[in-house]
Design a protein around this ligand. Structure first.
Ligand code: PAF
Length: 277
């Protein structure tokens, strides 16, 4: 497995692997089993797989956890090597943003998708995500790029960018990976102490409740949201809504175009989860 730090090395690597299909998994490192399931998909379904590890400053707000975001590079490298990854791209900030952060062309995602839910409390977050993802897509030219369904809003906005900008890349959504108690895996779960962890399990309970209602053909959004909210008693709920794939609130589930998205706070830790119908 090659560890690539700069753009010339990346170009050389691509030249040596011309005409091969590339599966790409963009990450910010601190890899867990959720990332590994994306990586396994990329490795199995492409000639070569590239993982990027880059804690992207432009998607963090001023009061967010950029400085303390977990950085576990040696462990991440080992995990990628064991999973059969062909190359890791680990650029420095200057490599991806050679003109600085404030003086370049930026992408603005539609307000209707990017300023709601996660975007309502994380100013410019999705603009920062699109900015780095477009750079990575242009540098890596993947055939297939893998994203977790857990970050539903991110996934839907990236799909929109790919469609609006006619990018020739398949976006492959991958299922949420959960721990033995059903909590969705996240790099931020390490911040939960045992009491908070117990409380956090109400989140997957709410998801399961919603899923079982929809499987029993209850399609009215209010009923599903209220049932999920009842499971979340005791948690500070930021939102719990049924939306369509444009992130618009809808009155009734439309199969294959709806999801329930939830964000809660457990003490200082903010967790998100969702289910796709
Ligand atoms: O989901 C993430 O880890 C990040 O938002 C991503 C997609 C790697 C962009 O920095």
């Amino acid at each position: 497995m090659q560890i690539i730090k700069n753009i010339d090395e990346l170009k050389e690597f691509k030249k040596n692997n011309k005409n091969k299909s590339i599966g790409f998994v963009p990450t910010m490192g601190a890899l867990h089993l959720g990332h590994l399931s994306l990586i396994k998909n990329a490795v199995s379904n492409n000639d070569i797989a590239i993982v990027s590890i880059f804690v992207n400053p432009t998607q963090f707000g001023v009061n967010e956890d950029f400085d303390i975001y977990p950085r576990t590079y040696q462990k991440d490298i080992e995990l990628c090597k064991n999973a059969g990854v062909s190359a890791i791209f680990m650029p420095e900030i200057d490599t991806l943003y050679p003109n600085g952060l404030d003086d370049e062309v930026v992408l603005i995602p539609p307000v209707s998708m990017a300023k709601v839910f996660e975007g309502a409390i994380r100013e410019n977050h999705f603009g920062g995500v699109l900015r780095v993802i477009l750079k990575l897509f242009n540098l890596i030219s993947p055939t297939n790029a893998y994203f977790g369904k857990k970050d539903a809003q991110q996934l839907l906005i990236i799909k929109k960018m790919v469609s609006d900008l006619f990018l020739d890349i398949n976006i492959i959504p991958c299922d949420i990976v959960r721990d033995k108690n059903n909590l969705a895996l996240s790099s931020r779960n390490v911040y939960l102490d045992s009491a908070s962890y117990e409380m956090a399990l109400n989140l997957p309970n709410a998801i399961n409740k919603a899923m079982s209602l929809v499987l029993a053909n209850t399609l009215e959004s209010k009923i599903i949201e209220n049932a999920a909210m009842a499971c979340l008693a005791g948690l500070e709920v930021d939102y719990c809504n049924v939306v369509d794939y444009n992130l618009k609130k809808i009155q009734e589930i439309q199969k294959r175009n709806s999801l329930l998205i939830i964000a809660v706070r457990v003490g200082k830790v903010r967790l998100i989860d969702n289910c796709w119908f």
